[in-house]
Structure formats: structure tokens, C-alpha cells
Write a protein that binds this ligand. Sequence first.
Ligand SMILES: Nc1ncnc2c1ncn2[C@@H]1O[C@H](COP(=O)(O)OP(=O)(O)OP(=O)(O)O)[C@@H](O)[C@H]1O
Ligand SMILES: [Mg+2]
Length: 1017
Amino acid sequence: MPWSNNPAVPEDAVIGDERKLATVLFADLVGSTALASGEDPERVRFRLERFYEAMADEVQGAGGTVEKFAGDAVLAVFGAPAALEDHAERALHAALAMQRRLGELFRGELALRVGVNTGEVVVGRAREGSSFVSGDAVNVAARLEQSAGAGEILVGERTVSAVRGAFELAEPQTVEAKGKPEGIAARRLVRALTLQRPRGVSGLQPVFVGREPELAQLQAAYRQVIERRRPLLVTIVGDAGLGKTRLVRELWQWLAVEEPQPLQRTGRCLPYGQTTFWAFGEILKEQLGILDGDSPQSVLARLGDREILGLALGLDVAGNLHPLTARDRFQDAWVSLFEELTVTRPAAVLVEDLHWAEDPLLDLVEHLLERVHGTLLVLATARPELLDSRPGFGGLGGETLVLEPLKADATMELLSRSLGTEPPGLLGDVVAQAEGNPFFMEEVLGSLIDQGLLERRNGGWAMKELPSGFLVPDTVQAVVAARIDLLAPAEKEALQAASVIGRIFWSGPVYELCPETEPNLRLLEERDFIRLRLGSSIEGEREYAIKHAVTREVAYTSIPRARRAHLHAAFASWVERFGGGRDEHAPLLAHHYTEACRPEDADLAWAGAEDEFEGLRLRAVAWLRRAAELALGRYEIDEGLEYLNRALQLETNDLARSELWRRIGRANTLKYDGEAFWTAMLNSLEECGDRAESAQTYSELAFHTVTRSAMWKRRPDPELVHGWIERALELSDPDTVPRARALIARSWYDPTLFADAAREASALAERLGDLELRSWALAARSRSSYATGAYGDASDWSKRRLELLPEIGDPDHVAFIYFYALDPSMAMGRFDEARRIAAAHEEVTRDLTVHHRLHGVACLLIVESAAGCWERIRDLRTAAERAVARGAQARAGRGRSGNGRVRLPARSVRIHLSLARGDLDDVERRIPKESPPSSTRDVDILVARMDALAALRRRDQLEAEAPALLNPGTYLEPFVLRALGIVRPDPELIEKAQQRFREMGLDWHAAETEALAEGAH
Ligand SMILES: Nc1ncnc2c1ncn2[C@@H]1O[C@H](COP(=O)(O)OP(=O)(O)OP(=O)(O)O)[C@@H](O)[C@H]1O
Ligand SMILES: [Mg+2]
């Protein structure tokens, strides 16, 4: 008797609409109109009835559902309303059976065309005259059917890959279809190869890993049977694909070489289309050497006086016996058979997949264990559902071996051994999704190989970057979906609600999201879908986790998009109510409100409820902004940018969009990504029609561009920058923040020309009481003093800026204060102070981005190289190299090439290197003819110039340039004295230079001075 479907699936498994991965079958009679012409309508009707019945019979026999008959066509679905793990295989077996059946019915007068296709469908409640399954997959199946020849079965691509290995298919062909420019790829079905799809990935090594303790337990069970001479049952329980069959296979090989060598027999329970005792029928056939084609007479002859065992083969041997008597005799005959078999040697019997067995078979197994006297080991494999329908099965005198997922190291071993080499780096993460289920792992590998994402190359394997949205393979999705569909409606709904909340979820909102049912979460726990967690991040709520990421994914995708949106909205509102809208929930709220109002699903979810949608959209934007702000505050810049970008997708107001772009721009400055900053600011300007807002944006564009010069790969054109500064000044009102900021930018960019801009900015910032601007205005003043060589003034302004530090919280700003305090401090020869500043700078940068950290180390190096403390530089080398490598990585990650750039006075270093090598020609080439303009009074360049002119003995030039640079008490002073001392020559000046060096603690320079002076004599 074929089963209509999996018996454990609840009748009312479908609550509302659901999305399912299913296989759709279309079949149509060819030539029936010709046949009907001239026929009596009653006869035509009669034939059609017979056709319908036969087709329905085959569909249902394979566990499918007939959707509708229309004229002489049939639409059937496998995997809906209830999911089936092997929907694709079943559909193809059914298609073959339908063809066979049609041949028998009409003896070649009529032929059938069949199209089969797998895809996502929506299952709804059936309506009068229309089917309840819909989706593109249905249309494609119909199209395939129309293209099939008479008697042919055309199979879509997705079905083909789901059944790989179980069927023979012809070469691929392309079928034209409306609305599909590339056509539909399909293959003709030739024949079935096996009843069950073989597992494993073709082309990969089959290996066996882990499971040593489990194998030892089975071996011990066998030894115990031998010792005690009594039967023993071991039931191996574990989820689909965890390796029950594989484990038994290992034991089987071990038994085959044991002494005494046992008799080994195997029977399997099938998911559909079997007789009650099918598994034992297989054992009997193996034992008696019965073949499929044998006649009943010859079978009966072999059974001898155990004729009643014929029941296991579906033979009608019970005659008029009372059913209970027949059962007793049947069971006793098995007992006597096994006793006979175990007289001479032990026996091991394996019954696979007991979760698909009916009760009488389970009763038989238990009966054997109680009654047989002999050395009989019975092994059974089953999924956990068995224990739901038959709690305590095999408990009496039996053992249960529960298989757990493979441990992470065993999974990695499995991966590298089956690939035969170290797996490519990326693959480990993908395979980790399988969470220790070797079947899932194989399917993920197989689908990567099929899609050409994982390839053999030069004796190893190479992996391409995964396209976003790389999904759970269909085969895995089907297995998991089938398991979920075994749940009662209330628990299934709860699991779906949980999947909306996330991998981690709480009981309260699940109940709230399922208002019409009363789910029992314990049941989900018992079925091993979820786990209660210790403690909870939401007070007073039980916290659970969905055990497998794949389960969450499959449960989530089964919810129609419209319902998903409502569930997200309901959960977000729950979090807001219960959490009181606290900041810590901002990311959660941002996520759920965003998912609730995805623009692409709004028509499905919120048609006719525009106000509600609008409310959700506003909440989403508000929480995204808050989450962004918090993330940026933690210097999780990428995370913050992600939130801002999502907010942008939902924000419709121009002004608000412009402001969001500005925030995006600012966040990019923290990453030192000049190009992204620039683009964002220009976008902000484009969307902005407001003068004051534009002034603000231009002022920020100019300000960050000039103060954060390290963020540019290629510095923007000066004309452009000047343009931004001018626009900002033009558009901004007097006495406003943007004006102050623009003035700072102006003076910063041309510090010698616009010292007055710095002065004005400083006064304005003080008036406005804006701390950030006050600080930057002081920096601008310091900078313009420095540029004119007034190092003492530069240092004074810098000190005033340093005094603001206690009031400033933003670490990026703090870092900048130290960063720009360094030059004035060194210029005044205060190296102890400079070291303290560099150290404090390095410390704040540690918690910031890699770019900041790079600056942190760079500043330490700059101080020590100016001081000539080469040993300290050597000590810093590892830290520096590490920082540069990280910086380079981060830049490469953003698609930039090249090294991390450090603000190093490259020109002066080159000159010094050439001097050290004695390559005076090169030195000559490198120094500008003219004294550097006052705007580039970078001390290290001037130092290099003095040294170079001295080495080249350019006395005239030195005599002309030196007086302006002889500023007492500065770092530069002894270098100037030394140069003059060398060219004149004047030992007193040399002496004085040495003394000045020593006073500043620059001993290496003092010693160097002596050496240079000696060389000059
Ligand atoms: N320990 C293991 N080492 C290597 N491969 C394994 C191991 N266990 C299982 N596999 C592989 O994983 C796949 C699934 O295993 P298997 O068929 O034994 O699972 P199962 O538990 O019997 O599943 P089902 O409940 O569907 O019958 C097989 O291809 C198998 O070879
Ligand atoms: Mg198995």
C-alpha cells in the first residue's frame, strides 16, 4: 500500500501562505483531440476518468499532490503543501511511472508530454477553480511540458542538480520561452539509476573522520553479543546527514574481517511507496537469494514451511487467518529463522531509517530482541523523529547511540582530506556554515564546484569570491524544510517568528508574534531546533538560540515577504516598548524597522496601509541614524557607514538626505578615505537647495581636505580647493560656524598669505564659544606663525591649544591636537616635551583606526630622527613595520594599491642620505637654487639645506640666507651656526653649535658636528 505522504506531517501544516522550494510537474496528453473526434462523449469521458485516476495514483504514490486536472493536463507538486527532502527525485520517479502507466492504459494510442521544474513557490489556500501553488517555477514547468516531445520528460536545470547521480539525463538543451531572453536550460530524462540519490561529491576522495568513540561503542556491542549469546539492539539516532549510515558502513567493514565472521544482512525503510515490512523483505531476499523478477511460486518454494514470511514480500500468504494470528505467526517465523541462522555463527542485521517505518515493523524488531535465543546484533539507524512517534523504542535491553555534529577540527580534517590538499582560505568559513553536518558540507562543496566557484588548479584547489547571497544548497534546504514541516502548526509558527527575531531570540516576543496559537517552546527544544541559553540579554525574558544557522535561514525564507515585514515591525515595536528605546537596542531596532519597510516589498506588505508604512520608515531612519552615531562613536567606522547608507535608502526628504551624505562624508574622513569623503560631500551638495546647509557642506569639504591632507591618494587640485573655500565664504553668513570653519581652511591652505584669516577665525570661534573651532583656530594661528619662521609664536599658540585638551572628548580631535603640536615643539628644540607629545598621541591613536595607529608610530619616529636617536628608532622598527603593513592592508581592502603613506619629510631625508654617501652631485641636484620661500619653512627642509650648502662650500649663499634663520633658542640655530662655521671656517661657531646641540640634549648632532668640522679642515 503506497503512502500518500509522510505520515507524521500534520494535515493542517500550512498556516496562511508559505514560500516553499518545490518541484512542479506538468503532464499533458498528446493526440487526444484526434482520438476524441467522432467518439461518443460518454466514452471520451470514461477514458479521461481512467487517465485522471491513473495519473493521480502515480503522483500520490510518490508523495506528490495533484494540484488540478484541466482538460487532459495534470499539474502536480512535490514538496508542497508539506516540504519533502527529496521532492525532485520523487517528481522524476513519478514522471517515469506516469509514462509507464499511460503506456499500459492506452497501449501506445496516446502519449504523454511531461515538464518538471524546481523552484520557489508560494503555497496558499486553494481557491475554487485555481490551484494553491504559484510562482514562476510553475510557468516554467508548463513551458517545458509544451516543448517536450510525445513520450518525453523535460527537466529543468535546478531539478537536474538536485537529483544528480540518481537519474540518467540527456545533453542540455535550451527551450525558448516568452520573457526569458536566454531561454530555459533543460534536459531530457532518460531513466532512473537508483532509488536514492548517492551521497558524497563526485571527484572527491571518500574519507572517514572522527567518530572513533562511536565506532568503539558499536564494536563493544558486538563483542557483548558474542559473550552473552543474547540479542542486542543499538539504535543510532541523529539528524539527517550526520553520518549514521557512514558509521555503520565502517562497522560493517570491521565485522567482515572479524573472527568469528558474522552473517551480515541489511534492510531499508523507504520514505514512500513501500509495503509495511519492506525492510525485512530486503533481508529475506538477500538471505534466500530471491530476485525481483522471481515468480510467486518460486518464492513460496524457497520459503518452505516459513511461507508466512511471504508477508514481508507483499505476498498474500495470510489466507483466512485472523490478522492477529497472522501477525503472531509472522513474528514467530522470524524468531525461528534467526535462531536457525545463529546456530552456526553470529548474525548482524541492519535496519536503516526506522523513522520511516510503520508500527508493525517496529513491533517486529522489539519482538525479535525479546524472543530470539542466539548471537544476534540488531543495528538500527533513525532520525530523532522516531523517538517522538515511538518514545522509548528499543529501550528494553537496547542501547541508543546519539550522533552529535562533527567537531570543528574533524570537519576541517574531512575537508582537507577529501580535497586532498589544504583547503583554500575562504572555504573554511563557507564550510563552517554546515556546522558539523558532513552531508551539508558535501552539498555546499558540490554546489560550489557545480557553480564553478571552486576549481582544481595546479594540483590544489582555488576558490573564487562568493557572489553575495550565496544560498543554502537546494538539497540541504529541502532536508531542513522537511524537518521543520514535521512540526505542529503552532510550533512551526513559533520557529518562523523566532527566525525573524534572529538566531538569538526571546520567548516573550515569540508569543506576541504568534497571537493566535500557543506554541510550546519546550517541544522545539526537544526536537533539537533551539536551545535555552544561560542568562539573557533582555531582563526577564528567556533567551534561546536557534541551533543551526541553516534552520534559521530556511524557516525565515519560508515566510512570505509580506508577513516577514509585519513580523519585523511587530518585533521592533516590542523591543521599543520593553527596552524603553535604549541606545543598546539601537542596532536591533535599526535592523528590524529597516526590514519591516524594505521599499522593494512595500507594495506586498503595506498596500492600503501607507500611513503605517510611513511611520515605520521614519522609525527606521531614526534608529539607523542613532545606531550609526553610536558605532562611529566607538570608531566602528564601517559599521557606522553601513547604517548611514541604509538610512539613505529610506530617507526621502532632500534636506535630510543632504545631511546624511554629509555624515557619510565625515565618517570617511575618519577612515582617511579622501575619495569617498569627496564623493559624499558632492552628493550632499547636489541634493541640497538650502544656502546655509550648502555653506556648511562647503566649509567641511574645504576644512577636512586641508587639515587631513594624508587622506588623499592624489591631492585635489589647488584650484578646486580654493574654489571650495571661496564658495564656503560666499555662502556662509557672518558670525556662523561655517564661516569660521572656512576661514580656518583658508589660512590652513595658504598659511603665510592668510594669517589674518586665522586671526579672524580665532576671534569668531571664541565669540561663538564653539570648542572644536576654537581649537582648530588656534592650530591655524600656530601654523601661520610656523610658516613664517616665528617658531616661538607657533609654539605659544600650540600650547594654548593643548590647554583645551581636558575639555575635548573626541579622540580623533585629541589625536590631531597632539599631532600638530609636534612641529612647533621640536622647532623650539624641546625634545623631552616633543617625546611626551608623541607618546600621548600614540596612546590615543591605539584605539582608533589603522590609519590613526600608523600616524601614532610615525610621530614617534619623526621625533627620534630629528633628535638623531638612532637606537630608539631601531627599537621602534617592528612596531612601525607592523603599522605600515596593517595600513597597507586596510587600503588594499578598499581597493587602493600602494603602501600606507606616512608623513615623512622625504626630501630632507634624501638629501641627508646623499650627504652620508658623499654624493655631492646628487645633493646639488636636490636643493633648490633659491632659498625656500617662507611658506615652506619646514624645519627639516631648512636643516637639510644648511647641511647641503655647507658640504658644497657655498659660502656666499650661506652668508646671505643664514642671518634670517639664526633665531636663538630654536632647533635650527645650531645647524645654521655649524654651516657658517664650516664655510668660513670659524671654530668658534662650530664650538657654539656643539654647545647649543648639547643644551638641547642632541648629543649625536653634537658629535656629528665635530666630525663635519674635522672633515672641513
Ligand atoms: N564521519 C564521517 N567522515 C566522513 N564523511 C562522513 C562522515 N559521516 C558522514 N559522512 C558523509 O556525509 C554524508 C552523509 O552521511 P550519511 O549518509 O551517513 O548520513 P545519515 O545520518 O545516514 O543521513 P540520513 O538520515 O539522511 O540517512 C555521506 O556522504 C557520508 O559519506
Ligand atoms: Mg542514512
